[in-house]
Design a protein around this ligand. Structure first.
Ligand code: ZN
Length: 250
């Protein structure tokens, strides 16, 4: 398991906030260079979050850089891919790389497959690559979903399954939290341990391993107390938070 400098402490996870207002960034997804837009959230403003050209956020830029690294030198054209909860700005990248590119979602119009990840309607060994970002925090029986993703993967298959990171330890909610996008848990850095029983190897790539020009950090400026008791754990001082992209190998 590689951590790329990520250490198991919330304190060292964070960095002093610096004023980047006059700085320009680069979007690795669309190639845009210039200032990024702030994002207004329900409890504050996230600085330099959105690419004004393709709308990608911090996490998407990090994911894209990691995808380029792990898929970069692989010959993937003959492989079959399932893109869960498909983000528009990743479709070109994936469909150019995988001749057999399919999308899936619980309810998204236009997806190739309408599926519940806890009960996938696919045979064992169907796909070579599964990408599902910010999905598992919505799923009550997430371990069943992880085992289902593993079940449909072929030998030598790979899954990239990022979730939002709130703290060091994962907190399970008693019910979906309407103030937090209906999430049923706030994943912590320990969340990716849940993948390990199902995969031979889980690599973790963190935002600290990427160049600053891509602005892959989340600047946590929403320092006011959260609207929900579930997320009291995130009411930390203003800081720059690390994100993690886990890459799981069959
Ligand atoms: Zn962009």
């Amino acid at each position: 398991m590689r951590y790329f400098g990520l250490r198991n402490s919330v304190n060292v996870l964070t960095f002093k906030f610096r004023n980047h207002d006059k700085e320009h960034y680069e979007c690795p997804i669309c190639g845009y260079r210039g200032p990024f837009l702030d994002k207004v959230t329900y409890n504050g403003i996230r600085k330099h979050a959105r690419c004004p050209n393709c709308s990608a956020l911090e996490r998407h830029r990090l994911q894209f850089l990691v995808l380029q690294e792990v898929l970069g030198k692989k010959e993937t054209a003959h492989l079959r891919m399932l893109h869960v909860a498909p983000e528009a700005f990743f479709r070109d990248f994936f469909s150019q790389r995988f001749d057999q590119y399919e999308t899936a979602d619980l309810k998204m119009k236009g997806a190739d497959h309408i599926v519940d990840l806890q009960h996938l309607p696919f045979s064992d060994n169907t796909y070579d690559f599964v990408f599902a970002s910010h999905v598992l925090e919505h799923i009550p029986d997430d371990r069943k979903a992880i085992s289902e993703i593993r079940r449909i993967l072929r030998p030598n298959g790979m899954a990239v399954l990022p979730v939002p990171i709130y703290s060091e330890k994962t907190v399970e909610f008693s019910e979906p939290d309407p103030n937090e996008f209906g999430h049923v848990r706030a994943p912590g850095l320990d969340y990716f341990d849940r993948y390990q029983p199902y995969f031979s190897k889980v690599e973790r790539f963190d935002s600290g391993s990427q160049p600053e020009k891509y602005q892959v950090f989340v600047y946590q400026e929403d320092c006011r107390p959260s609207k929900t008791e579930n997320l009291a754990l995130t009411s930390m001082p203003c800081r720059k938070l690390t994100d993690v992209v886990p890459v799981c190998y069959v």
